[in-house]
Design a binder for this molecule. Sequence first.
Ligand SMILES: [Zn+2]
Ligand SMILES: [Zn+2]
Ligand SMILES: [Zn+2]
Length: 163
Amino acid sequence: MCSQCNYPQLLKSTGLGSTPNRLRVMEIIGDNNSPLSSREIYNTLNRTRSINRVTVYRILDLLVENGLIERINSGGRSFRYGLAPNEHHRPHPHFYCKNCGNMECLSPELLSINIDPMNRTFPGQVENIDVRLEGICKICLGSSFRVQGSGVKKGFRSCAFLS
Ligand SMILES: [Zn+2]
Ligand SMILES: [Zn+2]
Ligand SMILES: [Zn+2]
């Protein structure tokens, strides 16, 4: 639950009107402590009001385009949505469990990234760094989980990428 963000104001600050549906989508995403899939957002929204899926997708696209929420790749072609960094929320890495598909927000302090060398040599401008760590979450590690195929039994494989 976020008590610091004023969602109507955030919507207005980008020039987007604060419609009830947009506001509700912001609240659902902002009040959850981990990023949500569009299906989860749709299901939550649909519990209290009747709305069609396409409308929810359009709102999500609009909020991403306006920098209010961020779309986080959660493996393959699936995505999760979280609040975009703002004055109350620092950019932070995410951990993705390849077994159960859950994604969690990690504290910004857990991983530090130095982009100075990048800025010195890369001829473009970096605007956003998207860090996703991938592995097996503690719930899955605790259950009778076995990694199929790969020789990896335990431990974390991480990949950090820039986008
Ligand atoms: Zn907030
Ligand atoms: Zn898991
Ligand atoms: Zn997050």
